[in-house]
Design a protein around this ligand. Structure first.
Ligand code: AMP
Length: 431
């Protein structure tokens, strides 16, 4: 019996993996421009790292973590997100003593036991960035500009950054109290989850996915109306700095983000064509997190984008397709096959993308194969060609043969030149 993959855990096949690589390349390029450096964080962490940072009353910690007891009795968890691990690494390696500000990025799989559906998996990948060590509005604007540049570069269809402020430890308590009072007054219309979590975490009220619950809390108080003067100034400066660069995020007054550690600037990215799961990413400021995880009192801000959703939302760029062979060698007979292997190896070492058939296939089936792998040229090596030490070229696009035109001794560069010349001469002749 076949063994199938686990529900919510997907393979990325070659058709799609080229797009993944392309997205990663674009992200690396943008991160380099903004002077971010990569951190490779482990997949497994101590469970406590997430319960202490993400928050005990969040969906992730309450019911979505893949947690197991290791043989020594310690509780370990497959990371559900990257920020906690980055902060753990920052604290563990005292990065604050090496640099005034740390600008870090990461790629990799995350694990959450959610109900799988289109755009929602149990293993998914994120690309994320964090800036630790600065709390000014300019840093928030820089992170948002980076995000904006990356989305533009990827041409994510209908990408829109939504922005909000979640206040700080000074102004949030008054807002929390107002929201709690509102929730208590509306308790009979709240969903079971919101009702249960109301006292412990009233902010979740605005984040609820339940439609009836959302509708009945449409007029709930929002944080942005409760900001203290410094938080308001911070928010206004972020918006002004972005506006100067022509970037105008949409204000989303109900956005609270799913995790407990956020304060002040919070944002999400939505895109078109993704169905119900239209968020491609999100992030925000987390000024108390580093300290809460045993580090210095260093502020931070960051974001994460979901790669599977980006793959669905990015335009179809030629560069994001799998790279095709430049030539396909079709040998006829065992002596030619051995020679073809040698040629392929030589040209591959020279940097050329070469494919070949083996196993004594007929010319017809080799042509079919060459067509299938998308090679623009087939180099035919039959007995006659082998004797004369030349190759016959078939132009697969123009469907034309050029008998015995390329010497076996050609370098990859000479071969490329010869192919270009043959094609252009044929085009001229045709004209
Ligand atoms: P979050 O860490 O929850 O803010 O998520 C950031 C981004 O990661 C989301 O906008 C999605 O693009 C992606 N993401 C989160 N959870 C999942 C999931 N279960 N499956 C696929 N992508 C996800």
């Amino acid at each position: 019996m076949k063994i199938m993959s686990v529900k919510g855990f997907h393979d990325v096949l070659p058709d799609e993996s080229a797009r993944w690589q392309w997205i990663e390349q674009q992200a690396r390029e943008v991160f380099a421009r903004y002077a971010f450096a990569e951190v490779r964080i482990p997949i497994v962490e101590r469970t406590e790292l997430f319960s202490r940072s993400i928050g005990e009353t969040t969906d992730i910690v309450e019911k979505e973590m893949y947690t197991f007891t290791d043989r020594d009795g310690s509780s370990l968890t497959l990371r559900p997100e990257g920020t906690a691990s980055i902060v753990r690494a920052y604290v563990e390696h005292a990065l604050n003593q090496r640099e005034a500000v740390s600008k870090l990025f990461y790629f990799g799989p995350m694990f959450r036991r959610e109900r799988p559906q289109k755009g929602r998996l149990r293993q998914f990948s994120q690309v994320g960035a964090e800036v630790i060590g600065r709390d000014d509005a300019a840093t928030d604007a820089e992170v948002l500009l980076l995000l904006h540049d990356l989305l533009s570069r990827l041409q994510v269809s209908g990408a829109q950054i939504e922005l909000n402020s979640l206040g700080c430890f000074a102004c949030r308590p008054a807002y929390r109290a107002a929201l709690l009072a509102y929730g208590e007054a509306h308790r009979q219309v709240l969903c079971e989850n919101c009702s249960r979590r109301l006292e412990r975490n009233p902010l979740r009220l605005l984040d609820c996915k339940d439609r009836a619950c959302r509708e009945s809390t449409a007029d709930a108080p929002v944080m942005i109306d409760y900001l203290c003067t410094p938080c308001r100034a911070h928010f206004d400066t972020v918006c002004a700095l972005l506006a100067r660069e022509g970037v105008e995020p949409r204000l989303n007054r109900r956005m609270v983000r799913g995790l407990d550690y956020y304060c002040r600037t919070a944002f999400e990215v939505v895109a078109e064509g993704l169905g119900a799961q239209n968020a491609v990413g999100g992030g925000g400021r987390y000024d108390g997190l580093v300290k809460a995880l045993g580090g210095p009192d260093a502020p931070g801000i960051g974001f994460a984008l979901g790669v599977e959703r980006l793959v669905l939302a990015v335009a179809d760029h030629e560069a994001a397709r799998p790279s095709l062979p430049e030539v396909f060698i079709a040998p006829m007979g065992s002596a030619a096959e051995a020679e073809a292997m040698h040629l392929a190896h030589r040209w591959r070492c020279d940097g050329m993308r070469v494919e070949m058939a083996s196993g004594g296939k007929s010319l017809k089936s080799q042509m079919r194969l060459a067509d299938k792998v998308g090679s623009p040229y087939v180099l035919i090596l039959g007995e006659d060609e082998l004797a004369a030490q030349v190759l016959t070229v078939r132009d697969m696009v123009a469907k034309r043969d050029f008998p015995r035109v390329v010497a076996l001794s050609s370098s990859a560069t000479a071969l490329r030149q010869a192919l270009v010349q043959l094609t252009s001469a044929a085009v001229e002749q045709h004209a």
